[in-house]
Structures are given as C-alpha cells and as structure tokens.
Design a protein around this ligand. Sequence first.
Ligand SMILES: C[S@@+](CC[C@H](N)C(=O)[O-])C[C@H]1O[C@@H](n2cnc3c(N)ncnc32)[C@H](O)[C@@H]1O
Length: 319
Amino acid sequence: MTKIKQNSPVLFFYNNSKKWLAKISKNESFHTHIGILKHSDAIGKEYGSKLITNKDKYVYLLEPTMYDYVMRIQHGTQIVYPKDIGYIIARAGIGDGQKILEIGTGSGSLTSFVASVVKPRGHVYTFDVDEKFMKIAEKNIKKAGVSKYVTQHNLDLKTAKKMPLEDMDVALIDLGDPWVIIPQVRKMLKGSGSIFAICPTMNQLEKLTMALVENEFTDIESTEHIIRNIEAREGKTRHSFQGIGHTTYLCFARKAFFNRGTTKSSEKPKSVKTTKKSPTKTIKKSSAKSSKKPVTKTVKKTAKKLATRTVKKKAKKSA
Ligand SMILES: C[S@@+](CC[C@H](N)C(=O)[O-])C[C@H]1O[C@@H](n2cnc3c(N)ncnc32)[C@H](O)[C@@H]1O
C-alpha cells in the first residue's frame, strides 16, 4: 500500500475537467469552487482515497501518470499529445535502454513521455534553438520526474559541422521543415533505426517523404490519429461533442542502405545505379531524355507532312 506523504505527487480529481496536480506540501492548500483542499489532509492517506472539502464536496487522491503530467504541461509551443505519442512509441518500438535523438524540444511533452519509457537505462538527447522554450521544457521535464534521463542541447543541427551523436535507436523531429535535417539525422541513426516526424500539414508530408527516399529510408508511412470520446450512460450512450480534433500527421520511416547486401553480381549494376541517385532527379532526367528527342522529331515530321499536303492541295486547286 502506497501512502501519501510530504512531497508525494498527487492528482486531486473532481471530474474530467476539474483536477489539480501538485506535490504535497503540508502548509499548502487549494481554494477551489468546491471548497478548500488542504494538502495536510492528504498526508497518511492511501492513493485512491477521498478527501472531503469544507463545502462537503470530495475529490479522489490519485497517483499521477505521465498522461496527467503531459496534459497539464505548461505550453510554450504546440505539443505532441498522448494519442500521437502512443503510436510513436508502439510503431518505433521505443523501450527501456534506447538512445533517442529529438530535434525540437518545444515544451518537452514528447521528451518527458519518451524519457519515461526508455528509463532507467535509456536516454533522450534533445535539441532546440530557442532558449526560452528550453527553459519551459526544463521545468516540465523536472515536474514529470524524468530530468535524469534527458540531456538538453542548445544547438542547431541544420548548420552544425559535426554531428554530436551516433548510433541512435530512434530520431524524433518536430520542427517546421523536417525534410531539411534528414541527411544530418541519417548520420546519427543506427542502421534500420526509426525516424518519426511530426507534420501538422500535408505539404510537409510530401516534402519530407521525398527527402526520406532521397536519403535511403524505407518502410515510409504517413498516418493521422483521431481519438473520439464516448459518453457512456445507461440508455443514452453517444459520442462526445468535445475532444481533440486534428493535431498533426505523423511520418515514420527506417534507415536502410539501398546499396548494400546485393549478393548476385548480375543484380548489381541496374539497382545500384537507379537507387544511388535521388529518385526525383532520376525521374526528371529520364522524362527529359525520353520525351525531348521523340517529341521534336514527331513535331517536325507532322509539320513536314502537313506542309506537303497543303502544297499538294494548292497545286490541285490552281490546276
Ligand atoms: C512545435 S515545437 C516542438 C514541441 C514538442 N514536440 C513538444 O511535444 O512539446 C517546435 C520546436 O522546434 C524548435 N526548433 C525550430 N527550429 C529548430 C532547429 N533547427 N533545431 C532545433 N530546434 C528547432 C522550436 O524552437 C520549437 O521549440
């Protein structure tokens, strides 16, 4: 049985929209519309117990989960929500002991959640260029109790000369132009390592996918995750009119070596040539090659035919 004591984290739960998250401090209290919630009244109680207010209302004293921290995080930026984080963790196979590279710390929502999954042996190395957001993230990560498993860097990897990390298991990218940073990320990922980029618009997905192919990534998948709350009540269960709408699209891919592992020498030349170059370039080149000459020839031939016909017709008329 876990009893609440001084400094224990507690979620004072009244209902889904009214809940308060705090570390117990015996001289503190919350003044709320349902009355006063005295921290000292929680000390010695088991998690899950009730606490009665001076207005004879009650809250449940719950042990906070990472979901509770992330949903109550101080927003400096847009954040990644648990509905998307869940899929990121599952699809990329994030687990204890992994080394995670994150570009775009923002408010530290994704950072905190992922750190709680890779701990105690893993670590999140997170990069941001804005010190103001880095400070907000630092506070949020501390509140979530995972500071030990996170290292924050104030560095722009887009312009960095040398990549500071290698052999990363997973890379998470959340910035406006993720496609720009794919070559750098590739250098830091291990073979078959996963990448996840957060893309609020479809235009970002398009540009990113092209960059992923150009940089030899495979298993590319773009998804959107919609969560729908259901209000379950006897005889009148229906979906809720509230909830989170569109947040973002997610783009997943894995680092491959398009050029390695070909065993039959007869297979080599063609696949090596076509896959080594950027597909966009190849498409442009091949379409230019295949269309330019024949089109010119056909046009010339048709023009010649028409000209001959016209001349013949004219000659017929005048005769
Ligand atoms: C939308 S926020 C990330 C939110 C974060 N995933 C979360 O869940 O809280 C985007 C962040 O990317 C940062 N950023 C923009 N360009 C960057 C770059 N070149 N390198 C690192 N971070 C960058 C911004 O300062 C901002 O904090």
